[in-house]
Every structure is written in C-alpha cells, then in structure tokens.
Design a protein around this ligand. Structure first.
Ligand code: PGA
Ligand code: ZN
Length: 425
C-alpha cells in the first residue's frame, strides 16, 4: 500500500516550473513522474493549474504542488498502488470539476503516473510490462520533428511540425540511427544554403530555419534524406502536424498560410497537392479544432493517416464524436490533455477498438520523464511522436525505447509502414 506521496516543482525544457510527484509503497516500491506542458494547447484540454502573479511570470505551480501534498496525499495514503483506476477516480471526484480546474490536471497527473511507476517497481516489472503484460512487444515507429514552425519556433512557417518517419528500418534502434543521420544531414544542408542562423533549434529540438513556405521545408527534408543516403518514400517517409487552429482566423473563417488566406476547401486542396508531391503518410490537426465535419472530409479525400490532437484532446467524449463523424483515423495520445493515466488509456482503447491508430506523444515543454516510451510499448501503439533526435528531454524517450528493445530481445517487433493502417496510397 502507498506510504508516501510528495510533490515538488522542477523545471521543464522551456525553463518553466512543472510538477514532479513521488510515491513509495510499503513493499519498498518507488515511482516518480514529471508532468509535461504544451504551447499550442487545445481549447478543450484539462486545466494546467498555474499560480499567476509575479513569480515565474505567473507560471508557478506552488498551488498544484500544495494540492498534491495537502489534499491528494492524505486521501490516497494506504491505498493499494495497483488500484490505478480507483486512485484516479478518487482524484477525479476530489477535484469535482469537468476539466480538473480545482486541483489542476498537472497535480492529478503527477500522482497518477507516479502511482503506476511505484506499482510497477513494487512488482519488479518495467512499466511497459506492468501496464501491457506479455503482449507488449511492439516498439513504436518514431515521427521525428526535425523542422519546427508555428508556436514552437521563431520563424514564419505556419505548419508547426515537419517530421521524418524511418519506416524502412528493421528495428527501433536502426530507425533512431537513420533519424540521427538525417537530422545531421539536414543541419549541413541548412547551414550551407541559409547560413549558420538556420541551424538554431525550436522547442522540440528540430531546426527553425528562416523559411516561410511549406514546400521549402518539405524540400529540405527530401534533400536531407537523400544526402544521408536514404530513399524518400521507401526508407524514410514524411508527416506533418499543421496545428491549424493556430493559423485559423475564427472571425473570418480563413486559414493564413504561405502568404495566402485559404478557405477550408482551398486548404484541403493544398494538402492534396502536398500529398501528391511528397511521400507524406500522416497529417495531424489539418483544420481548426472544432471542425469535425471538415476533418471527415480531409480523411475521405487524402487517404492517409489523419490525426486528431487539438481535435480530440485525448478525451473519450470528443473521440466518440469523431468516430461517429468519420473525423480523422488516428488519435494523438497526450496524458496531460486529460489528466489521469486511466482516462488516457481508455481513450487509447476506444481508438484501437474503432480501428483508429494511436500515436503516443510528448508535449513541446518536456523533461527527463520517460513514461510515454513505456505507454507506447504497453499499448503496442506502433507510433510515437517525441521530437527531433536531439536535446535530452526528447532523447530521454528515444533512449528508453532503445533499452526496452534490448530488454525484449527476440520478442521485440518494429512495424515500419504497417503502423500506418490508414495509409492507402
Ligand atoms: P504542444 O504541441 O505540446 O505545444 O501543444 C505539440 C503538438 O501540437 O503536437
Ligand atoms: Zn499537434
């Protein structure tokens, strides 16, 4: 049973405070977890409690930390750490709001994840096996964000993420090596073509070159793949996260991108032409986060993976609505969008049961926490999005997957292009 729960603030990759919790069990189990934080957050996400005021420019988390130490801890001391669902429900009712705004989703999630780690440790299991059992053996294909735009970078690119996907690898470790080679090949290409300032990086470790056009960034990716000795479309394919709510003008109903103002229909045509010209297998948040109908149209017309991030916010109610509308065919799974492990796993389960793919994801504000690597393998999700293969808050996740692959030995599987069930081109 749980004998100790304690939270503190620590800093994330952007230098902002966030919540870390640790949990100990009577049998000697220990677990800790640190909550990540987004920048291009969905409107319907659970609430991240921040102090306001002057300290940390308003971003302090002392209330969230206190909520763990004074309100949550006394309630879950003595509970069996294996009863994840019960503990999560208890915190949900203790909070009592629909978006966890009283205690804070950051407070609740830190404990939820630390409990899972402590329970796994109590039973001497790696977290992915504790959560996924003997069937957990699929290493995720990494979608690596090597050119950053949108809210994650100080450039003019409207599309937030330009990702490389090493589907031609035969193992996760080979995929990561390919990713690293292409990343460095891109660095060389950008430096030569645009000068040294082009190799500065954005929030997720990808380069933030002084570009403004979508095709310019995609061309750079193709050059980098080729220069590294790989074949685009076979060894390495591409993906985008448009995060389109960030360049949508709600009042006028248009998208400001690549020097133009596009209606929904014109933006979909733009995506269609990109998918014709480049080996793009997946596009995330192609439209504004409330446009379920538009998402359904994109899903029908593109015939590739269409991912709902801000659209679904890892919330079963929004996902159910999406499934009914035929909006998207994949769920981006971010545990802090919903605030407990149990609810995040329910969303994943609902997605998988409805033949939606699941991409387990980091946030743009991250830490050394590696829980998502374990969740990806536990679910056999087949895909993970955790930034460029650079900066240690991103590589912590990739490095943990290397360890998991080694641990699984001959049982480890790497799905490659098969992970993209909806890709029908
Ligand atoms: P965020 O962005 O973590 O800044 O919200 C990540 C994403 O949009 O996938
Ligand atoms: Zn996104």
């Amino acid at each position: 049973s749980i004998t100790h729960v304690k939270a503190r603030w620590v800093l994330d990759s952007r230098g902002n405070p966030t919540v870390e919790a640790e949990v100990r069990t009577f049998a000697g189990g220990y677990g800790s977890a640190i909550v990540p934080s987004g920048a291009s957050t969905g409107t319907h996400e659970a609430l991240e409690l921040r102090d306001g005021g002057k300290r940390f420019h308003g971003k302090g988390v002392s209330k969230a930390v206190e909520n763990v130490n004074k309100i949550i801890a006394p309630e879950i001391l003595g509970e069996d750490s294996r009863k994840q669902e019960e503990i999560d429900s208890k915190m949900i009712s203790l909070d009592g709001t629909p978006n966890k705004s009283r205690l804070g989703a950051n407070a609740i999630l830190s404990v939820s994840l630390a409990v899972a780690h402590a329970a796994a440790d109590t039973y001497g299991l790696p977290l992915f096996q504790y959560l996924g059992g003997a069937l957990a053996s699929t290493l995720p294909v990494p979608l690596m964000n090597i050119i950053n735009g949108g809210k994650h970078a100080g450039n003019e690119l409207k599309i937030q993420e330009f990702l490389i996907v090493p589907v031609g690898a035969s193992s996760f470790s080979e995929a990561l090596a390919i990713g690293s080679e292409v990343y460095h090949s891109l660095r060389g290409y950008l430096k030569e073509k645009y000068g040294v300032s082009a190799i500065n990086v954005g929030d997720e470790g990808g380069f933030a070159p002084p570009m403004s056009r979508t095709r310019e960034a995609l061309d750079a990716l193709i050059h980098a793949v080729k220069n590294a000795g790989y074949e685009p479309g076979r060894d390495v394919v591409l993906a985008l996260d448009a995060a389109a709510s960030e360049f949508y003008d709600e009042k006028r109903g248009v998208y400001a991108i690549d020097g133009a103002e596009l209606t929904r229909e014109k933006l979909i045509e733009f995506y269609e032409s990109l998918v014709e010209e480049y080996p793009i297998v997946s596009i995330e948040d192609p439209l504004y986060e409330e446009d379920f109908e538009g998402f359904a149209e994109v899903t029908r017309s593109l015939k590739i993976q269409v991912v709902g991030d801000d659209l679904f916010v890892t919330n079963v109610e929004r996902l159910r609505r999406g499934i009914e509308a035929g909006a998207a065919n994949a769920l981006l799974l971010k545990v802090n969008q919903i605030g407990t492990l149990t609810e995040a796993l329910s969303a994943a389960r609902m997605a998988l049961e409805n033949n939606y793919s699941v991409i387990v994801s980091h946030r743009s504000g991250e830490t050394e926490d590696v829980t998502i690597s374990h969740i990806a393998v536990a679910l056999n999700a087949g895909q993970i999005k955790t930034g460029a293969p650079a900066r240690s808050e991103r590589n912590a996740k990739y490095n943990e997957l290397l360890r998991i692959e080694e641990y699984l030995g001959g049982r480890a599987r790497y799905p490659g292009i098969k992970a993209f069930k909806a890709y029908k081109r």
